[in-house]
Design a protein around this ligand. Structure first.
Ligand SMILES: O=P(O)(O)OC[C@H]1O[C@H](OP(=O)(O)OP(=O)(O)O)[C@H](O)[C@@H]1O
Ligand code: HPA
Length: 183
């Protein structure tokens, strides 16, 4: 089920973002084009590995968790909650600081109730800065986090809790190498 993902990752072009070797891939960037079969492979694998028992909401971060979260939501009928990069100033909105290997910003959480059972998904974990911010916002909102799943783990980031990557990669200036898979 993950052959298409592995093959496309190992063919991914690289660019520099400051000191950061950034790989460009359809799942993480929507560039150059997202093949529906690849998105289906990823969503089916995530549904297989995640604990979705009694889950009220799928949570992801703008922007590149959205297409994956949408596919999962359509497959499972579980609503999708998106942490946005802009504030809506709604009552109860929770703001958290996000930092990645090449950027910093704010994420804003709305629409999570105390006691909601959620799964958190994203396209990639690299420094772990984004998922740490998402988890902090969810804890602040009083959500119960059933599971955390990412398509790609880059390096060995610590999240302070268990999470499941579909694939683990090594990256250098020459490109991507897949070093592990979830099965
Ligand atoms: O583990 P980290 O170092 O935090 O990196 C992972 C995050 O980086 C990317 O998001 P980015 O903020 O670049 O925004 P995008 O999704 O809008 O491209 C990606 O979609 C992850 O959310
Ligand atoms: O190297 C990367 N490529 C795509 N998305 C990312 N998000 C964090 N690092 C990366």
């Amino acid at each position: 089920m993950l052959e298409r993902l592995i093959e496309s990752l190992e063919a991914a072009p690289m660019v520099r973002r400051g000191e950061y070797n950034y790989f460009i891939h359809p799942i993480t960037d929507g560039v150059p084009l997202l093949d529906p079969a690849l998105l289906r492979d990823v969503a089916c694998a995530m549904v297989t590995v995640m604990d979705l028992h009694g889950v009220d909401k799928i949570v992801t971060a703008e922007a590149m968790g959205i297409h994956i979260g949408t596919a999962l939501s359509l497959m499972t009928d579980i609503p999708l909650n998106i942490l946005r990069k802009r504030s809506y100033s709604l009552p109860g909105e929770i703001a958290v600081h996000q930092s990645t290997g090449y950027s910093t910003g704010q994420l804003y959480l709305n629409g999570i109730e105390k006691g909601d059972r959620v799964v958190v998904i994203d396209d990639v974990i690299s420094t772990g800065g984004t998922l740490k911010a998402v988890l902090a916002a969810l804890e602040n909102a009083g959500a119960e986090i059933a599971d955390v799943c990412v398509v790609i783990q880059r390096g060995e980031p610590e999240l302070g809790r268990a999470y499941t990557p579909l694939v683990t990669i090594d990256v250098d200036a020459d490109g991507v190498r897949v070093i592990d898979t979830c099965r």
